[in-house]
Design a protein around this ligand. Sequence first.
Ligand code: FAD
Length: 581
Amino acid sequence: MENKLASVRFNVDGVQKNTYDAIVIGSGISGGWAAKELCEHGLKTLVLERGRNVVHNKDYPTATKNPWELPHRGRLSREFLDANPLISKSAGIGEDNRHFFIEDKDHPYIQEKPFDWIRGYQVGGKSIIWGRATQRWSKYEFTAPERLGYGLKWPIGYDDIAPWYSHVELFIGVCGNKDGLEAMPDGEFLPPFDLNCVESHMQKSIRDNYKDRFLVQARWAHLTEPREIHLKQGRGKCQARNLCMRGCPFGGYFSSVSSTLPWAERTGNLTMRPHSVVHSIIYDEKKGRASGVRVIDANTKEVTDYFANVIFVNASALNSNLILLNSKSSRFPNGLGNDNGLLGKYVGFHNYRGFVSGTIDGFEDRYYYGRNPTEPILANYRNLKKQETDYVGGFTTFMGAYRSSWGDEKFQSMDCGESLKNAVKHPGGWKVYMYLQGETIMKESNHVRLSDTEKDQWGIPLLVTSVGYDDNDDKMVKDFLEQSSEMMTKAGARVVFTNDSHQAPGLDIHEMGGCRMGKDPKNSMLNSWNQLHACKNVFVTDGACMTGTGNQSPSILYMALTARAADYAVKQLKLGASAFT
Ligand SMILES: Cc1cc2nc3c(=O)[nH]c(=O)nc-3n(C[C@H](O)[C@H](O)[C@H](O)COP(=O)(O)OP(=O)(O)OC[C@H]3O[C@@H](n4cnc5c(N)ncnc54)[C@H](O)[C@@H]3O)c2cc1C
């Protein structure tokens, strides 16, 4: 089916056959949104995706498997671990979902400094395997870098994006409670998941002990109470199985394959082309804009050009940088739109190094129902309006409380027979944890570039990553560990583990920047509508466009920026293609 789809699109009948109104590069979280919006507006849209096809519900081979039906009960085999030291570090990867992650040998890159680049190459991209936390950015995150002197001014603010957050939330379904917090604005929420008894206890303790700290219910892309728009997508209520990363047969969480892509397909305007590795964007010197995209078939290596009036770049942050850097012409010898030499620079990520855990006594007579797939969120309480610490930037804290597995501690001192049977009837004690999601400073020195010498199997230069931490990050981790330990202790927990993992950047899987937005073409690549300043019919709306990292989970912002840019692009197209020159 996939190959048939791929083969009928080859350029045998000339340019016209390969011409569309719009091309979207990448079919993940942001590309799915570009496809949906452009198709809904009536544009014949080609989505180019380097990976294989994944169809909702058909291609989730492990979705309903029990642990004993998996050869290693869900654990990655020694063979896989040895062959994949990089990808096997990813959050959440297991025997049950590793088919949605790349394998190391297939997709090399060069780490000038340690950087763990986690990828999922298939239709749906990482939307199938993401964590689904979907808080809104506050207005302070947009203004902080410039206001507090550690970054560039964003060309847009919270008010510009707020209606688009609503647009996205209503369609994808985001659960949460309206808490009225300045640091984490409310959205269009479905009912939240409940806190369990220890989480509620932590919430109260934090409220009682700190006037500016608020632990709230998760804001997560799950259908706790589907609305008509979700049912129309063919999606249903989240069953709290917490097996999301296998693909959800109920469509209970948002992914491109369960939501935006089938929606786009229903318009009749979508052409999906899997196995299509985008090599570069083609620039038309005479017209002064991009004319199309060069693609290498992932299997046959055949090269085909596709053409369109408007191109959306949504290959995920670093791959979008790679494609743009590789899009060379005599007008742009250093990559498309790269007049100022800043393409690939000012890369950021989220600081995930801090983790604190403990135990808490009491509550042994209480349990919880189902497997909650979400985590409570402690909104940022650092440097919101002014700098109050010896570092800049804020952080979000995710937390959770759970009972350690059945009979856990008791097993250790237990023999067998009746005492074993009695012990496994009782769950272990309560454990609590907190982990860091911190803002980082986007610096020119943190960059990606193309290798001059090494190429991948499709003849595309390998990406070199040169991205690292700085003192600011170290100070933030220290503060997080101290503050989180204090909050846990005040709540009556015994802190047993405080850890700075020193993990490499990238493992946060929130890499961003390299093609940042800004008002001035001298110091930014994209304008306030995500168009390349120097090539207006190319829109970059994934994480590459970010001017700062903020501290909230970023993907819902990419979706909102994409929908906003698509709306603008369609309006421009109605004015005639000359609007883009
Ligand atoms: C385990 C995990 C947990 C996460 N948790 C969260 C979370 O809780 N909240 C949050 O906000 N984010 C989270 N993320 C991050 C989130 O997945 C990404 O921010 C998001 O998927 C980025 O969307 P995207 O469209 O830019 O990229 P992707 O979703 O990665 O899609 C990019 C697509 O482009 C394709 N592509 C790449 N290069 C090419 C090329 N040359 N030609 C053609 N196609 C190409 C890829 O195959 C892929 O399908 C998590 C990620 C992971 C893996």
